[in-house]
Design a protein around this ligand. Sequence first.
Ligand code: BGC
Length: 257
Amino acid sequence: MGIDFGGSGIKGALIDTETGELTTERYRIPTPEPSTPEAVAETIRQLTEHFNYKGRMGVAFPAAVQAGIIQTAANIDKSWIGKDAPAILEEKTGCDTIIINDADAAGLAEMRFGHGRDLKGVGMIVTVGSGLGTALFTNGVLMPNTELGHIYYKDKIAEKWASDATRKKKDLSWKKWAKRFGKYLHYMEQLFYPELIIIGGGASKKFNKYEKYLHKVRTRILPAYLQNHAGIIGAAIEAKETEHKQEEEPQKAQPAE
Ligand code: BGC
């Protein structure tokens, strides 16, 4: 099972990790306000109950994540910082849980089953929603937790200036917003020289509204093939693949009596 914890909704589905297809309808519950660990864990429990699911699950988080510990909380309740998310979710749901950054999850899915398939060189995913999330790949291998939505563009934090949430809050036209987003993408291409930029998140479905305003970016840009299912699918892929790694881990030697 894959779950995507977003700024406005927490979404889940059962996934066939061999094909990247959803084997159930996607189910969405609005993100609780405030999005505290207790409230989010309860929402995720409701998702597992909806699917009557007890197996292993991957949860995509809008945060930098190291060994299951939440490191940042730009768009979620600050009390997540320092928390062991898999432990909290396992206790609440009874499901064996791994977590991954949401943009990394979306990127994994696109690299495996979407437009990044067989891509040689550097691929970049930018998810556009409540924040700006990024994922970087070289020959399909992820460098996790790039937080390039938090980079300063001129004197502004990029995601505060060019996210979809800002477009809605400031009631910017697609053209006005895309001018900002295009500048951000151009800045990214000057830093990383990717072969391809994939746009994920909610804005991936609206690509035709702003594609024409991104002409200053020289890199090929495509909307996520998996649209905003990419996060759910990538979280499930990560759960499946790390399961084998855990099985392969050698047992710790027992101390001699
Ligand atoms: C977070 C990232 C996340 C992005 C998209 C940012 O505010 O810091 O970890 O990937 O939002 O949700």
